[in-house]
Design a binder for this molecule. Structure first.
Ligand code: NAD
Ligand code: WQD
Length: 345
């Protein structure tokens, strides 16, 4: 089965390509490297020992994408490609709506033309907005609190309409909680551009000496230790969820949303302490004001994915932090000038 993976050079996409190749799928990656590095392709090949196809294209370029669909017998599409920084989306909403919506529209047009019906979409727990109750269930009314989240919500709604127009379609909306960790080899991982926005890459960059100290955004939430709680999920567990979604899509038409989370919440201080334990030394931090737009607590009810996809996250927070740290310490500058690793095609 041939899977077109858009954004396959990115953080979650690269880990998913590894799992797809290891499971015997044929993989075609399309990426424009707007938020990734070409070296990741060699790393995927090194980890899996399996060949795959790569097209350096922008999904917005319908002509180039049509060429790919003409050239390859695509059986299913996993659509990771998109812009994902919340703050940037507030500053530049048009580029977020343009890239995230139009890339999906181009893909859906081509899927219709080439009769491809299996679609797995990277949605986000951000579509729940700020809810009163946890754990978060798929049936909750959705709300967006920023342009990035709204682009995901709009795409989910668009996909609902597409399914109504063609009930033969099989669409999985995967709502990721907080992906962290890295492949256990330390060869691929999260490689943020500039200063990281997310907690875990920030902590590991402080630990590796690239940043001075962690700013904890608020210690006055009504949580056990006052800091924000999130459902961190290992990126490899997340990657495996995509394979389960592809399998279910192959067996059953329909459109379904699934929470991909562990169902457990961890606070910022708990995450920091786990890293201190893994690294074996202190990590400096300062308590700061709350970050605007943050919510106190978010964690998944993953039971729908457990039941319908036969998927369950199996890696705990300790192994997430160990793997994040292995990746960061082996690659202090991301894919640029990685330490002690020479990978050639
Ligand atoms: P990422 O930025 O590492 O990967 C996205 C990839 O898409 C990058 O390689 C980028 O170069 C590529 N890309 C972007 N626009 C493109 C275009 N127009 N044409 C071709 N390639 C393009 O991000 P990620 O963390 O791997 O996230 C993957 C998906 O999951 C995104 O859609 C994101 O919104 C979603 N998501 C991420 C998180 C998270 O915390 N990382 C959480 C929930 C949802
Ligand atoms: C986690 C916790 C912060 C950084 C974001 C997006 C969401 C999704 C995942 C794509 C919070 C605290 C953080 C720091 C801190 N992405 N924190 N100091 O905000 O849950 O989700 O990424 O869909 O849409 O909003 O993740 O890692 O930024 O924050 O104290 O330097 O860590 O306040 O409690 P978040 P995060």
């Amino acid at each position: 089965m041939k899977i077109l993976v858009t954004g396959g050079a990115g953080y979650i996409g690269s880990h998913t390509c590894v799992e797809l190749l290891n499971s015997g799928y044929d993989v075609i990656i399309v990426d424009n490297f707007s938020n990734s590095h070409p070296k990741v392709l060699n790393r995927i090949e090194t980890i899996t020992g399996k060949p795959f196809k790569f097209y350096h294209s922008d999904i917005l370029n319908e002509k180039e994408m049509r060429f790919i669909f003409l050239n390859e017998q695509v059986d299913a599409v996993i659509h990771f490609a998109g812009l994902k920084a919340v703050g940037e989306s507030v500053e530049n909403p048009i580029s977020y709506y343009h890239n995230n919506l139009m890339s999906t529209i181009v893909l859906l047009k081509l899927m219709k033309d080439f009769n491809v019906t299996n679609f797995v979409f990277s949605s986000s727990a951000t579509v729940y907005g700020d809810q009163q109750t946890v754990p978060l269930k798929e049936k909750l009314p959705l709300q967006a609190t920023n342009p990035y989240g709204r682009s995901k919500l709009m795409i989910e709604e668009m996909l609902g309409d597409v399914h109504i127009s063609n009930p033969e379609m099989s669409i999985a909306l995967l709502r990721y909680f907080n992906p962290i960790g890295a492949h256990e080899s330390g060869l691929i991982g999260e490689n943020p551009n500039g200063t990281p926005n997310n907690l875990v890459p920030y902590i590991t960059q402080v630990a590796v000496g690239k940043l001075d100290y962690l700013k904890i955004f608020g210690a006055d939430y009504s949580t056990l230790d006052g800091t924000g709680i999130r459902d961190y999920i290992h990126v490899v567990d997340l990657a495996l969820g995509h394979i389960k979604a592809l399998e279910r899509n192959s067996q059953q038409n329909g459109i379904e949303a699934y929470n991909l989370g562990t169902g457990n919440g961890s606070s910022v201080l708990e995450m920091l302490n786990t890293f201190i334990q893994v690294i074996g030394r202190d990590i400096p931090y300062k308590i700061k004001d709350r970050r605007s737009g943050d919510i106190a607590v978010s964690y998944a009810d993953p039971s729908k994915a457990n039941q319908l996809l036969n998927w369950k996250a199996s890696r705990d927070v300790l192994s997430m932090c160990e793997d994040s740290w292995r990746w960061q310490s082996m690659n202090p500058n991301g894919y640029e000038q990685s330490k002690n690793i020479e990978v050639s095609k």
